[in-house]
Design a protein around this ligand. Structure first.
Ligand SMILES: Nc1nc2c(c(=O)[nH]1)N[C@H]1C(S)=C(S)[C@@H](COP(=O)(O)OP(=O)(O)OC[C@H]3O[C@@H](n4cnc5c(=O)[nH]c(N)nc54)[C@H](O)[C@@H]3O)O[C@H]1N2
Ligand SMILES: Nc1nc2c(c(=O)[nH]1)N[C@H]1C(S)=C(S)[C@@H](COP(=O)(O)OP(=O)(O)OC[C@H]3O[C@@H](n4cnc5c(=O)[nH]c(N)nc54)[C@H](O)[C@@H]3O)O[C@H]1N2
Ligand code: SF4
Ligand SMILES: [Mo]
Length: 908
């Protein structure tokens, strides 16, 4: 297991989301990686989404960070590590441990994360280690701790199969956790009575299976769930025995819930005003919840990423506790995690305000246990700065050195122009990444090349507390090293050698597993207990099958033989009604609805919401390497309601400038009724490496939840205006180009190269010579078409039947489908392609259109033509005819959309 060049399929875990799907991979002799779903893995039973299926496309060496460097000069590892250790050491000696910081990530493996936390809190003796999980899950962490006494997700994925009602709130599961969405969809096909309710201000692909969509006013979730609690009480739907036996604080929570809303007759009207939902909608939701025993509430960033995120979490936990719907088959609150190891990081103590292994600051026993276990007398005893405060301290000069690992804060933190200024000012910025050119590596004094997914080895924990192995599948290009190794080498050079002398990631895992058992037998047990794994041999660690924690010594003794066969193990926490609080009882939290901190104004009249698209992962450093993942949404956009578009003089497909108090962005206009009047949506993925001004965090307000420190990513007041251009262009190039000279540009990965979309304030005839400079070659055959009169310019350079580069210029290209350009750098250029290049319009087989199904590569035009030609009336028929929708299935809602559109056209 874990060897390269094997002929066998090697089991590992997907690189992306918190579903934590098992994969099987096989390196091919030509250096590619074949990937398929692992039918044995309980997270996905063989299913994968478009991103998982395209993992093989992303293991390219293109753009990799290959060598360590100091101030732009390549160097040996030893020099880079000594430099980091010396500089950190000097700053700590002069300014104290609080003058240095680590900013880490849910994309590190548990072993990496554990040693990063051990080095900072245990040996440097500071606490300024925080993680991008602050942006992601910290409101859930705070909510869980308040209610359960520990940061634990009670349920498991099997509950989704067994529920009678699933509430998706603040979650676009169809795009962000597609395998779980497909699981719910299958359950609903088998049991059409299974009710699905989506609570989201936007209409998303997740609404495809919704019986009810509640398009609430952004930020009003607390009111909605307080209203539910009041309704349950009023209609005799509480579980009084459960409340009495297993909880505390109910009366106060109910009184608080009723405060805003329970004004008898006016109750519903008040709620209706706050949430923007009709009384009928509210009643429909409340009745369904009240009358269905098995309810799972799945929630994610629409809940967490809010100045009231922790209260939103507790408002929904309150409803589950009040009905005793927790820790039971088919019911419970379910925070689905974002990153592959968001959970592992929370567990080891990667957040600045926890110590390690769910042990806490301010607890003397914990402090002593850890000090003894790590054999240190410098263990930090106060919480460190949370991400936003950490970057403020960098900006103000209090923090003088930051080491960023496996995250891209120059793109993903709010008010990002300020973040970039802070990184620019910071005397020492160390970045460990696997990609050379990112918005963050551009600020680095020291660059450390890390092994990436498929090269590194360790463990991750998914949303249902299941620990799975990521295994080494391919050799590492250049000098890349595991993150844990890099951290430990720096620790040794800082003089902490005894505590960081590991020879293998397994040794770290065993130490961590042992730590989770420390003092974990008291009355207040910590559910996080992996001590049953602390005696594994390296061989057993290598072979470890997916395991759900807790895994105590007792569990392993009784399950010892089955340790390798956990396929049917589905554990729930708190099934016995005993929680991790001092009293053993769950806590109701009294919460009140409060409006978002920032409000719209005359200058910024619209609310900006942000989130994810189906086929890209965060800042695109990896999914952006795959041509097929880049086709579905090639350009950043703003979704805007037709009324707002009209009011702001915006035309579909033209470019808009969005402005907030903090900065600006320029993206393509997408007019749609999927968003409500007054609300905009922009995806998060583009940045300064892939676009001129598509980085949405330049706009985002830095408000945070006071308890969790999680930023308000879903509510920023903005204004919008059209951006006038005189010309537009497409440039196809085999290598990445510096496009800074153009007013607007966006880069898209295509097979064997890049497609640039450009807009310019210059007229076509003046833009033409500027673009021509990117297409200069010795010899080669040239095709060109120039018409100064109509402002059309086209050019292609072809050598031996292969296109080297081409451009198309016009006053407006956007009404035109340009998907046919995507394949041109791979295919031999034939007569049809030459004709298309000269006419600027797809001809013949090039006319398949925008990709709808990324797995089977089926285009929009192919689907629409099939519908027309064969009178198809269902998605099943379309799939049978075109193969579209037969891969991961996440494009099915779009196929349905196309079908609906075609039906409208034919009936109209
Ligand atoms: N394709 C893809 N999948 C991913 C990722 C990715 O980058 N790409 N990233 C992963 C990560 S790290 C994370 S954290 C998850 C995130 O997964 P999700 O949380 O599902 O994704 P988002 O798109 O950020 O936001 C979810 C929804 O919240 C809605 N929302 C906004 N404001 C409110 C509100 O006030 N109330 C409610 N109820 N809803 C609101 C938004 O309209 C949006 O549709 O996805 C993971 N999966
Ligand atoms: N406006 C807005 N902003 C948001 C959000 C939002 O909804 N709206 N969501 C927030 C959330 S939930 C999240 S999780 C963040 C995500 O934001 P980031 O964490 O900044 O995004 P990534 O692109 O995942 O960055 C990961 C980086 O680590 C590198 N990398 C990958 N694997 C490894 C590895 O093994 N080792 C090392 N050393 N490096 C590696 C990648 O190349 C990449 O540069 O964005 C947050 N920002
Ligand atoms: S659902 Fe998540 S873990 Fe599963 S294949 Fe897709 S991205 Fe990977
Ligand atoms: Mo996230």
């Amino acid at each position: 297991m874990g060897t390269t060049n094997s002929n066998r399929w090697i089991k590992s875990t997907c690189a992306y989301c918190g579903v934590g799907c098992g994969i099987e991979a096989k390196p091919t002799p030509d250096g590619r990686l074949e990937v398929r779903g692992d039918t044995d893995h309980p997270a996905n039973y063989g299913r994968l989404c478009s991103k998982g299926l395209a993992l093989g496309d992303t293991v390219t060496h293109q753009g990799r960070l290959l060598m360590p460097s100091i101030n732009g000069n390549d160097c040996h590892w030893d020099q880079a590590l000594s430099y980091v250790a010396d500089q950190f050491g000097a700053i700590i000696r002069e300014h104290g441990a609080e003058a240095v910081a680590f900013y880490v990530s849910g994309q590190l493996l548990t072993e990496d994360y554990y040693v990063a936390n051990k080095l900072m809190k245990g040996f440097i003796g500071g606490s300024n280690i925080d993680t991008n999980s602050r942006l992601c899950m910290s409101s859930s962490v705070a909510g869980h701790k308040r209610a359960f006494g520990a940061d634990c997700v009670p349920g498991c994925y099997q509950d989704l199969d067994m529920a009678d009602m699933i509430v998706l709130t603040g979650s676009n599961l169809a795009w962000c956790h597609p395998v779980l969405f497909q699981r719910i969809k299958s359950a609903k096909t088998e049991r059409p009575d299974l009710k699905v309710i989506v609570i989201d201000p936007r209409t998303t692909s997740s609404c495809e299976i919704a019986d009810l969509h509640l398009a609430i006013h952004p930020g009003s979730d607390v009111a909605l769930f307080n209203g539910l609690l009041a309704y349950l009480a009023k209609h005799g739907k509480l579980d009084h025995d459960y409340i009495a036996d297993h909880t505390e604080g109910f009366d106060l929570a109910l009184a608080s819930a009723c405060h805003d809303t329970d004004n008898d007759a006016d109750n519903a009207e008040i709620l209706s005003r706050i949430t923007g939902l009709s009384v009928q909608q509210l009643t429909a939701f409340y009745q369904s919840f009240a009358n269905t025993e098995k309810v799972v509430t799945v929630y994610s960033q629409g809940v967490n990423q809010s100045v009231h995120g922790s209260d939103k979490v507790n408002s929904l936990l309150n409803c589950h506790l009040a009905t005793g719907r927790i820790g039971k088959t088919g019911s419970g609150p379910f925070s689905v995690t974002g990153q592959p190891n968001a959970m592992g990081g929370r567990e080891v103590g990667g957040l600045a305000n926890t110590l390690a292994a769910h042990m806490e600051f301010g607890n003397d026993e914990h402090h002593q246990l850890i000090s003894e276990f790590w054999q240190t007398n410098t263990l930090s005893d106060t919480p460190g700065l949370k991400a936003i405060d950490m970057f403020d301290a960098i900006d103000s000069g209090k923090i003088k050195a930051v080491w960023v690992m496996a995250t891209n804060p120059a793109v993903s933190l709010p008010d990002s122009d300020k973040i970039n200024r802070a990184l620019q000012k910071c005397p020492l910025v160390v970045v460990s990444d696997c990609i050379a050119d990112t918005d963050t590596t551009r600020h680095a004094n020291v660059l450390l090349p890390a092994q990436g997914w498929s090269e590194k080895s360790g463990t991750v924990t998914n949303s249902e507390r299941r620990i799975s192995r990521q295994r080494r599948l391919l050799p590492t290009p250049g000098e890349g090293k595991p993150d844990w190794w890099i951290i430990c080498e720096v620790a040794k050079k800082m003089g902490f050698g005894d505590a960081f002398r590991y020879h293998h990631e397994a040794e770290i895992f065993l130490e961590y597993s042992k730590m989770t058992g420390l003092g974990n037998h008291a009355t207040t047990r910590r559910p996080l207990d992996l001590s049953g794994l602390s005696d594994l041999t390296t061989e057993q660690y290598q072979q470890l099958s997916p395991q759900q924690w807790p895994i105590t010594k007792q569990t392993t003794q009784s399950h010892h033989k089955e340790l390798q066969q956990t396929r049917n193990q589905h554990q729930r926490l708190f099934s016995d009604g005993v929680f991790a609080t001092p009293s053993g009882k769950a806590q109701f939290i009294a919460v009140r609805y409060q409006p978002p901190a920032s409000q719209t104004s005359h200058a910024y009249p619209l609310v900006l919401n942000t989130g994810r698209i189906r086929d890209q992962w965060h800042t695109m450093t990896r999914t952006g390497l795959s041509a097929r993942l880049s086709e579905h949404s090639p350009e950043p956009y703003v979704s805007i309601h037709p009324e707002d578009a009209k009011r702001n003089n915006l035309d579909d497909n033209l470019i808009a400038v969005i402005t907030s108090q903090y900065g600006q962005a320029a993206v393509r206009v997408n007019i749609t009724t999927d968003v409500k009047p007054g609300e905009l949506f922009i995806p998060i993925h583009w940045n300064n490496t892939t676009s001129s001004a598509g980085k949405v965090c330049s706009l985002i307000n830095p408000d945070t939840d006071t308890l969790s420190g999680q930023p308000e990513f879903k509510f920023t007041p903005v204004s919008v205006a059209p951006q006038a251009y005189q010309s537009e262009a497409m440039l196809l190039s085999s290598s990445p180009q510096d496009m800074a000279e153009f007013d607007y540009w966006v880069r898209q990965k295509v097979s064997n190269g890049y497609l640039y979309r450009i807009a310019s304030t210059l007229p076509p005839e003046q833009l033409m010579p500027n673009l021509a400079r990117y297409c200069q070659y010795e010899n080669g055959r040239e095709l060109s078409f120039n018409s100064a009169e109509s402002g059309l310019y086209r050019y292609a350079n072809i050598q031996q039947q292969r296109l080297r580069s081409c451009y198309l210029i016009a006053t407006n290209l956007q009404q035109q489908d340009v998907t046919w350009l995507n394949q041109l750098l791979v295919e031999p250029i034939d007569v049809t392609t030459e004709r298309s290049l000269i006419s600027g319009r797809a001809e013949g087989r090039l006319a398949a259109g925008k990709t709808i199904c990324a797995c089977k590569q089926v285009g929009k035009n192919t689907i629409c033509q099939a519908i027309k030609a064969h009178d198809l009336t269902s998605v099943t028929e379309i799939s049978a005819s075109t193969q579209a929708g037969t891969g991961c299935g996440s494009c099915v809602s779009e196929i349905q959309h196309l079908l609906d559109e075609q039906m409208l056209v034919s009936s109209g």
